[in-house]
Design a protein around this ligand. Structure first.
Ligand code: AMP
Length: 431
């Protein structure tokens, strides 16, 4: 009865917000692994980490990403600050990084600036497998290098990173060029002219985009629109001489580096700032949301956001998607030494030993509940302890403690005064 009364008084639990998810302790090892791989691989290519705020002034994204993109028009988490200014949780990283580069004149000290970042992004999309409202990206950006070799280098680094994470060769690299300010406006008009007679047969979004931003029509996923879109003029046939030369050089460099790719004339990507090279790496194993990373060149963005005329190129990788492709790592051991105090009088000695071992760098745990030996051994096993030290009545008397090596299933008596050195030296030896 008392239990029932207690239960009826229980407050309702509060759930995580739709489209967000907790990364639980058992999952964290996999995150650490891909974060460490990013730091290690990107350092080989001369990148350093940058960390920018999670919220920015709304205008940064409206100007940087493009007002007509899905992200800006439908997906941003925008809110009024108490002083009335409009703030937005970052839906992507490049705009914020470009703002920081301009604000701190970073290109002055480093004219071929290479930076990377990792962290959460926020988009109010319809949640589904591989698509969240808070998700995490690894972002890579290079500023001030317009040579096409860097486009190939960025792609090579993306592949090296995927390999370092354990993805193997199970990916698909798509490549396109979306032209630049010289040739794209004419292509956009060509596209619009080709689309207008078809408009009444297309979805409502496409009908609107034909007038506002016809390139976005190429992103449309509505099945009935696909035959119309596939027959549209291709941007590759409308590049100016400079963009064509750049694209040819990127392709040649990829071939030189032995990197296979597939051309995809519909790869315009969902953000307006891209110029010239665009690319995407996907895996058939991901299902509908199959892109692991996407990127490209954004040569006009720094200037558009008030900075110097500095070229840029980069990519964004979805960390949740990458993790979906990787085998789950074994849950690592959480404990080097488990101290089993088997009689109350042993607890003081166990506490001192625990403190000393921890100060020497060992990971140590005690079961404070004072359970029996069997229960404590089970606990030690679950924690993956390498050694268990047993302190019972007999050990208190003899002042020699039982040290059990869990992997060798062997145990020895170690004199109380030597036990710290005994354990530390064995832990060191086994790395
Ligand atoms: P984008 O910034 O849209 O170019 O996306 C780059 C990468 O981020 C994609 O290839 C995905 O791997 C990942 N991504 C984008 N949106 C989401 C989302 N809503 N949930 C999970 N991952 C996402």
């Amino acid at each position: 009865m008392a239990g029932d009364a207690q239960r009826s008084q229980q407050r309702p639990i509060i759930h995580a917000v739709k489209g967000t998810r907790d990364i639980l302790p058992d999952e964290v090892a996999a995150w650490h692994r891909i974060e460490a791989a990013a730091r290690e691989v990107f350092a080989r290519y001369g990148y350093r980490e940058i960390r920018t705020p999670i919220f920015e002034q709304t205008e940064l994204f409206a100007r940087g990403i493009g007002a007509e993109t899905d992200i800006v028009s439908k997906e941003m988490y925008t809110f009024a600050d108490r002083d009335g200014s409009s703030l937005t949780l970052r839906p992507e990283a490049t705009a914020g990084i470009v703002r920081a580069v301009i604000e701190h004149n970073l290109w002055n000290a480093d004219p071929a600036l290479r930076v990377f970042a990792m962290g959460p992004m926020f988009r109010r999309e319809r949640p589904q497998k591989g698509r969240y409202r808070q998700f995490h990206q690894v972002n890579v950006e290079v500023f001030g290098v317009s040579h096409p070799a860097v486009d190939a280098e960025v792609i090579e680094m993306a592949l090296a990173y995927l390999r370092a994470c354990g993805l193997g060769e199970d990916y698909d690299l798509l490549l396109n060029s979306v032209g630049d300010a010289q040739c794209r406006p004419a292509y956009v008009e060509t596209l619009r002219a080709a689309l207008r007679p078809q408009a009444s047969r297309m979805c409502a979004d496409c009908q609107r985009r034909i007038e506002t931003n016809p390139l976005r029509v190429l992103d449309c996923k509505v099945p009935e629109d696909q035959p119309i879109i596939d027959a549209l003029p291709k941007i590759a046939d409308h590049l100016c001489a400079d963009c064509r030369a750049h694209f040819d050089a990127v392709k040649q460099t990829l071939e030189l580096l032995g990197i296979g790719y597939r051309l995809s004339h519909r790869l315009v990507r969902g953000l307006d700032y891209y110029t010239r090279t665009t690319f995407e790496i996907g895996s058939g194993r991901l299902g509908a949301q199959n892109a692991v990373l996407g990127g490209g060149r954004y040569d006009g963005l720094v200037k558009d956001l008030g900075g110097p005329d500095l070229t840029g190129i980069g990519f964004a990788l979805g960390m949740e998607r990458l993790l979906m492709l990787l085998p789950e790592p074994a849950v690592p051991s959480r404990c080097d030494v488990f101290l089993a105090a088997l009689v109350p009088a042993a607890m003081d000695k166990a506490l001192k030993l625990q403190s000393e071992l921890r100060s020497r760098g060992a990971r140590v745990l005690i079961d404070y509940e004072g359970k029996g030996l069997k229960a404590q051994m089970r606990r030690a096993d679950k924690l993956g302890a390498r050694f268990v030290v047993m302190l019972g009545e007999a050990e208190m008397q003899s002042r020699a403690w039982k040290v059990r090596d869990m992997s060798a299933s062997a145990q020895e008596d170690v004199d109380e005064g030597r036990v710290v050195e005994h354990l530390v030296s064995r832990l060191d030896r086994r790395g």
